[in-house]
Design a protein around this ligand. Sequence first.
Ligand SMILES: [Zn+2]
Length: 234
Amino acid sequence: MAKRDPVPAIRDHARNIFDDLLDAISPARCPGCGRRGALVCDTCADALAPAPVGAPPPPLAWWTACFAYQGVARELVARAKYRAERRFLVPVARVLAVALEHAPPFDLVTWAPASAPRIRAQGVDHGEVLARAVAGVIGARVAPCLVRAPGAAQTGRDASARRAGPGLRAVRPMSGAVILVVDDVATTGGTLAAAGRALLQVGASEVLAATIARTPGPGTRSRGAAYTPGYSDR
Ligand SMILES: [Zn+2]
């Protein structure tokens, strides 16, 4: 693994200590309704809709997602990822692990790195944190495999630019390996597809993807569907 810049590492460490303190002094609040005492209360868990059905964007061979990206799931992703609340990160990683029980076998877990300005601003690459948490839960190997070309973050780009995905390049040969790319959300699937192209280019035999949530497609029922652990498109 590349040597880490000590400043973000120290900031990370401080943030973790702060999170632990927060956990100790304030009980969890449900991200859906703010009720104390549950990571996600039963009512809000019932409102979590399964990820919409859809074939993976080429060249991905398979993908899965836990939830539709709406309502409580959006807030859950925000807390687990952008606010790096570790008490959400680990349960979310566990739910992803359930979704992955139906995955084809894979050799290695990786992530699509965030843009350099975003990592600088947030002090950590949350995609990496999530991928490492998931790999930890399922006992899989995890390694950085991709670097990002300089350019805008996916968030805020127009739809066609998002579909094209960020410029990603693999950093090592992947001869014959099946790689799982973990990310928080798939919207157009552009980032995952870009990761897939870069990994296949260096010899990966297949690229799979797993996300916490996926945006509902046009006409997808948005409410009332029960949460289905391990829901998959296959
Ligand atoms: Zn709730």
